[in-house]
Design a protein around this ligand. Structure first.
Ligand code: SF4
Length: 396
């Protein structure tokens, strides 16, 4: 399946009679925006022109599906917190820390290397990539009276590991018992591969016309601007922290959160105190060195955090291996700084709970956060990968 995830496969699928839909990540938009000296909104509109010229039917935005994953994550955290704190059952006390699940680099490492003890801590919420796939292949298809097997869904991501995520069996479903197997995401292109496409077609990207956006699944307001959450890797810790502070302790946090750097810039924590007591303690933990330290603490039962936003790449998704590389003479550090500034340029910060598209999805399809339908379509499971006897013997 992985060999199918290439530019050639994407281009040939356009001519095979399927309706091709492309979902673009905000990190990829930022990478192209820095590369071409444009704003993320300009990039999104020009990508819409580029893809539609090639024959793509719709171009969507994974910052929209990410809002849905954030809401489901908030509800999951509150459920786990109550399970952990309002019980005497020792097993239920292991519901925390909850660990974010949006990074396939981290999930792969946990399943292959850490074994079964870590998996119950990982949030069951799917990543924004798989969530938008589930929305398109289940709900949008039904709305538009298109069979899911007649849609070819491609994502543009900052990361090669997203290709591995897309081919997991957990993200394949069947509409009928004997029916065709449907994959939520048929193919993943990295940002760099998209740039290769632009170059191979000799497209003057910066001069392309700007097309209207497909607002069905895009965080684009009527006024024409983009909206979304802060946090270059999704803002999981920040959004869940604010929601938990309000729901569990009645504390509305106004203004930016005060993340303190611990050890290095890729490990930061934020706390909430009530009556002199620390009641919430969350951390951002990026890069393998940091995540290895924190999982060691979890294993030893000494982790003081209730939520961990773990990302495998140092600096998170903006620095993913599939992003456009620094230009000649530009350092990786300078590029990351430019990307962080560009990521939210002209993008209005907005509360996921107020996203009108997501409210519509709950009203028309999922009922409410944490519902049976939401669990079916928006949540998943993880599996420890047991090495075969042969491979274990090879390691001796
Ligand atoms: Fe991919 Fe890196 Fe982001 Fe993880 S942190 S999802 S490996 S880009």
């Amino acid at each position: 399946m992985l060999e199918k995830q290439s530019l050639d496969e994407f281009l040939s699928s356009i001519n095979k009679g399927k309706a091709v839909i492309v979902s673009v990540s905000p990190q990829s938009r930022a990478s192209l925006a820095v590369h071409f000296g444009l704003s993320p909104l300009q990039v999104f509109k020009k990508l819409t022109t580029l893809f539609k010229t090639l024959g793509v039917k719709a171009v969507f935005d994974t910052s929209c599906s990410r809002d849905l994953t954030l809401i489901e994550s908030c509800y999951e955290f509150i459920t786990r917190y109550r399970q952990c704190h309002l019980t005497t059952d020792e097993k239920s006390k292991l519901a925390l820390p909850m660990i974010s699940s949006a990074c396939p680099g981290w999930i792969c490492y946990a399943e292959k290397t850490l074994g079964s003890y870590i998996l119950p801590y990982i949030s069951s919420v799917k990543s924004p990539q798989q969530t938008i796939g589930a929305i398109i292949k289940n709900h949008i298809c039904q709305m538009l009276c298109i069979r899911p097997e007649d849609i070819y869904h491609v994502t543009v991501m900052p990361c090669y590991d997203k290709k591995l995520e897309a081919v997991r069996d957990d993200f394949v479903f069947q509409v009928e018992a004997q029916g065709e197997k449907i994959t939520e995401v048929d193919s993943v292109l990295t940002t760099g591969e998209l740039l290769d496409l632009v170059k191979s077609r000799s497209v003057d990207f910066a001069s392309l016309e700007e097309s209207p956006l497909d607002k069905l699944l895009a965080n684009a307001a009527e006024g024409g601007h983009l909206y979304g959450v802060h946090g270059s890797s999704g803002g999981y810790a920040e959004i869940i922290f604010r929601y938990a502070a309000k729901t569990l302790f009645g504390k509305e946090i106004v203004g930016p959160l005060n993340f303190k750097t611990i050890r290095n810039s890729d490990f930061k924590e934020v706390t909430l105190e009530v009556d002199g007591e620390t009641v919430l303690k969350f951390a951002l933990c990026y890069g393998f060195r940091n995540l290895q330290n924190v999982v060691r603490k979890i294993k030893a039962g000494k982790c003081e955090y209730q939520f961990l936003e773990i990302m495998a790449c140092p600096s998170g998704c903006l620095n993913g291996g599939g992003q456009i590389k620094p230009k000649a003479g530009e350092s990786a550090k300078d590029l990351i700084q430019s990307l962080e500034l560009k990521y939210m340029e002209n993008v209005t910060e907005a509360d996921p709970l107020e996203n009108p598209i997501i409210k519509g999805l709950y009203a028309e399809w999922l009922d409410e956060p944490g519902s049976e339908k939401a669990k079916k379509h928006m949540h998943t499971e993880y599996h420890p990968i047991v090495k075969s006897i042969t491979s274990q013997l090879q390691n001796w």
